[in-house]
Design a protein around this ligand. Structure first.
Ligand SMILES: Cc1cc2nc3c(=O)[nH]c(=O)nc-3n(C[C@H](O)[C@H](O)[C@H](O)COP(=O)(O)OP(=O)(O)OC[C@H]3O[C@@H](n4cnc5c(N)ncnc54)[C@H](O)[C@@H]3O)c2cc1C
Length: 471
């Protein structure tokens, strides 16, 4: 049974505690979309939950982001557990996006790569979610609590210690969920013996360094109701990477860039690259916000659980490496982590084995979705962006192909004889594309066959070898 917070005081309308130790069934670390959707799902099921976040309560949800969130995904989360959708009335939903475009280098390589999305105000939407989660009696939201140490006993995560305005607090839990974003704070503080199925840190070459600005424009801009991924000359120097302009209403755009932190890209000045491109497209603008962050760009970790421990969202590297879409995966992984935590609680067993079902949901979902992104990064690294641009301009890779990869990737990519014919003048590229296709479908096949825990080593060896293969 949980020790309820007995010394609650109301300070500025917020709960504050003088307890130095708390217990709960599930401790969620991080109140971004991954953490809040987990806590909301747990709250709906009456599970004794604590959510800690290092931010002030009224800043939870604020996040450097392109701000795109497909309404298809928010509708699905609503249908699954009743997670509120971003509301237009409250300013959470900013613009409904009709189309998503990729503007390649050559004029023929300008294609549509998505059939709609939306831009949201991350802070307002994040606040709406944290407030609705706070309404559950069984959920305590503790803002201004920064995780410092992870408590581990007998190869099992047992809780954390946090710094808070009153000093230090210990929180014990049967299950701890790491939802602290791309740095995976809990994961990174585990004892060395726990690494093997997942790494301590995200390797640099699997990290996108990114930077974004929100601009206010005097005149209505031409990108309205659209998300644009633009090939800009400066991006050629930092490949694989991309530049975006996302509309947030007639006078506001979210612009930015991300590129892989390869050896060649170390030391490049991301702010300078951004300002060169910004000055070209938006010479007269007011910069409302500017900030950088990092994005995981890899396949999900091969396991997202250990004894008493789960990871969700960016902490589990679930962002799609093709388009940087991570908000939706964070929400769904949070919902599913809660589902599997509840199964474990009902069995009174919080072991790695008891939580393994979460891996068996993640891999057939995000292994398949993110596979093309993984392999496309390798393709662009080997053949250069010009080759990719040529494929787009010559209809070897079409709008329909990209849509399939983003929404129904299990359908695969059928090269077909017509495309082979077009590629006869570029035999090296043809071989690369055939390899890309073959490796992609093998990764997808193996993702669906995610094993029981006893057979993990064999699966892990096969997957590791496949992911290391070059196109
Ligand atoms: C520049 C940029 C552009 C992006 N554009 C898009 C986009 O357009 N669409 C899209 O879908 N995705 C986009 N993403 C990705 C998206 O923002 C993330 O995938 C998503 O926010 C991940 O959610 P999360 O809950 O896992 O982590 P986060 O949103 O990062 O939340 C983590 C939470 O943990 C808290 N925390 C961290 N450390 C501690 C600690 N020590 N103690 C307590 N709390 C802690 C933080 O305060 C934060 O509230 C973008 C990312 C970047 C960087």
């Amino acid at each position: 049974m949980r020790l309820r917070i007995v010394h609650d005081q109301l300070i500025n309308g917020r709960k504050s505690m003088v307890n130095k130790e708390l217990n709960c069934d599930v401790l969620v670390c991080g109140g971004g979309p991954g953490g809040v959707s987990a806590a909301f799902s747990l709250g709906k099921n009456g599970i004794d939950t604590i959510l800690v976040d290092k931010k002030d309560y009224n800043q939870i949800g604020n996040k450097v982001c392109g701000d795109a969130l497909s309404p298809i995904l928010s509708d699905q989360a609503f249908e699954m557990i009743g997670l509120p959708r971003p509301s237009e009335e409250n300013g959470e939903l900013l613009e409904v996006i009709d189309d998503v475009y990729l503007y390649g280098k050559s004029p023929n390589a300008r294609i549509k790569i998505g059939d709609g999305s939306a831009t949201v105000d991350r802070l307002l939407y994040g606040q709406a979610l944290i407030k609705v989660t706070d309404e559950f009696d069984c959920v305590n939201i503790l803002a201004n609590h920064k995780v410092r140490e992870v408590i581990v006993d007998n190869d099992t995560v047992k809780g954390v210690t946090c710094d808070n305005p009153d000093g230090k607090i210990t929180i014990n839990a049967k299950i701890v969920i790491d939802a602290t974003g791309s740095r995976g704070i809990i994961r990174s503080k585990l004892p060395e013996t726990m690494y093997g199925k997942f790494p301590k840190k995200l390797p640099k070459e699997q990290t996108l360094v990114s930077y974004r600005e929100i601009l206010k424009l005097e005149k209505p801009h031409k990108y309205q109701n659209g998300l644009y991924l633009l090939y800009e000359p400066e991006i050629a120097d930092v490949m694989p990477g991309y530049y975006w302009v996302f509309s947030k209403g007639p006078h506001i755009v979210n612009i930015g860039l991300g590129y892989l932190l390869t050896k060649e890209n170390h030391g490049k000045n991301i702010r300078k690259i951004n300002s060169t491109i910004r000055d070209r497209h938006f010479p007269e603008c007011e910069i409302l916000e500017s900030q950088g962050d990092q994005i995981p760009a890899r396949m999900p970790f091969h396991s997202l659980v250990h004894n008493g421990f789960m990871m969700v969202g960016d902490a589990a590297a679930l962002v799609n490496p093709v388009n940087g879409e991570g908000h939706g995966p964070a929400i769904f992984s949070g919902i599913k982590a809660a589902e599997h935590a509840i199964i474990a609680l009902n069995k009174n067993d919080y072991s790695e084995e008891a939580l393994w079902g979460f891996n068996k949901w993640i891999w057939p979902e995000y292994g398949i979705l993110n596979s093309m992104g993984h392999i496309l990064i390798k393709f662009i690294q080997k053949y250069g962006y010009d080759a990719f641009d040529w494929l787009l301009a010559n209809n070897v890779v079409t709008e329909a192909d990209i849509m399939v990869q983003l929404r129904e990737p299990e359908e695969g990519y059928d090269i077909g004889y017509k495309r082979v014919f077009k590629l006869l003048t570029r035999p090296r590229l043809l071989i690369g594309l055939l390899k890309l296709n073959s490796i992609n479908s093998k990764i997808q096949d193996l993702s669906v066959k995610y094993p029981d825990i006893e057979n993990f080593d064999e699966w892990n060896n096969k997957m590791t070898k496949l992911l290391a293969r070059n196109v």
